[in-house]
Design a binder for this molecule. Structure first.
Ligand SMILES: Cc1cc2nc3c(=O)[nH]c(=O)nc-3n(C[C@H](O)[C@H](O)[C@H](O)COP(=O)(O)OP(=O)(O)OC[C@H]3O[C@@H](n4cnc5c(N)ncnc54)[C@H](O)[C@@H]3O)c2cc1C
Length: 318
């Protein structure tokens, strides 16, 4: 990242919320169940399936975890009643992983069991490396009981290839493979993007050759190409894997993958806690962040006017 972009990222927290909100429309499907459902229906019409994430990661009180589990059941009901093609994605810290592990297991079991009665799927997101072993333990316990639950593995972690082998050995599977989003210590994760890409391809091949279902979650066209190569080399049918992308990121590539006859699942975050998520996405994309930054300063200096239109245009195009 250039020095200028780094500066932008550092000063992003100074940007007023309404400006961040304007840009974040691209990445977040609103605050309400109705807004979320509208986005899922639109994506289904475009030939994509979805997974819905309720925003809100860090909790300080186990009561918040109970409330989150109840909200997830409402989300499952909403999706089921509307007969749309979507599962849900869930973060275990939002269900109390770091506060009270037995309660977390009980709550996530409750959500997975409820989804099972509706024939719907629950994906457990992976968080930072302090959570990895605990998250995998809970996943393996649940997978013993239910088939409608899957896990995420991160290609930047040094342990991941070993985890894949152990999980498959234990008779479980159904992975989402992503690079990983958290800032990790060197002993846990590869810092070099080239090695991360090589490890992604290595781990993906291990998953595909062992015939476990994989959600190939990336916007990196080099990795999408590697995935196509492996799909072809192993002669996989389109129901053996899917691609996964975040809402609002590289829609042209998403359309191209769909047009190629591959299944694509879009990760649809929504909820009142959109701000932290949007800031993370903006930090990943300094070009967009740069426009937010310029707009903010022009506004301060009284030179706004046409920038608002420019921002709206940009949010629509991207
Ligand atoms: C469906 C899905 C689920 C995920 N779940 C998890 C999870 O559970 N745990 C976890 O740690 N991480 C998760 N991630 C995040 C992932 O780990 C990466 O941080 C993120 O996807 C960026 O990596 P990338 O593979 O797209 O490659 P990158 O090299 O980061 O990006 C490739 C290209 O995509 C474009 N791009 C990437 N991000 C953006 C953006 N925000 N805006 C515009 N363009 C962008 C850029 O042009 C970039 O050149 C998930 C990602 C996806 C797609």
């Amino acid at each position: 990242m250039s020095l200028f972009n780094r500066l932008i990222v550092l000063t992003l927290p100074l940007v007023p919320k309404p400006i961040v909100r304007l840009i974040s429309r691209r990445y977040v499907a609103g605050e309400t169940l109705a807004e979320m459902l509208g986005t899922v229906q639109r994506l289904n019409q475009e030939g994509c399936v979805c997974t819905v994430d309720l925003l809100g990661e860090f909790i300080t009180d186990i009561q918040q975890a109970h409330a989150t589990a109840a909200r997830y059941k409402m989300i499952l009901d909403t999706l089921h009643q509307a007969n749309v093609q979507s599962g849900v994605s869930i973060k275990l810290t939002a269900l109390g992983l770091l506060l009270d592990e037995p309660t977390c297991l009980e709550l996530v079991r409750d959500v997975v069991a409820y989804a099972n009665t509706l024939k719907m799927f629950v994906r457990i997101d992976m968080e930072d490396s302090e959570c990895t072993s605990r998250t995998l333990d809970i996943y393996l316990k649940l997978r013993n009981e239910f088939q409608n639950v899957g896990i995420v593995l991160q290609a930047y972690l040094r342990r991941t290839l070993g985890d894949v082998r152990q999980i498959i050995q234990a008779g479980a599977g159904d992975f989402r493979l992503c690079k990983g989003i958290y800032i990790e210590p060197r002993e846990a994760a590869y810092p070099d993007p080239e090695i991360i890409n090589k490890n992604y391809t290595l781990v993906l091949e291990e998953m595909l050759k062992r015939k476990t279902y994989v959600g190939i979650a990336t916007h990196d066209e080099k990795l999408v190409w590697e995935a196509f190569r492996l799909i072809d080399a192993y002669g996989l049918e389109p129901d053996a894997y899917e691609f996964q992308m975040l809402l609002g990121v590289d829609e042209p590539m998403r359309k191209q993958i769909v047009a190629g006859g591959h299944k694509v699942r879009v990760y649809v975050p929504f909820g009142e806690q959109w701000y932290a998520y949007s800031m993370r996405r903006l930090k990943e994309n300094p070009t967009i962040a740069g426009y937010v930054f310029q707009s903010f300063w022009r506004r301060l200096l009284g030179k706004e006017k046409h920038r608002e239109t420019k921002l709206k245009e940009l949010a629509r195009q991207n």
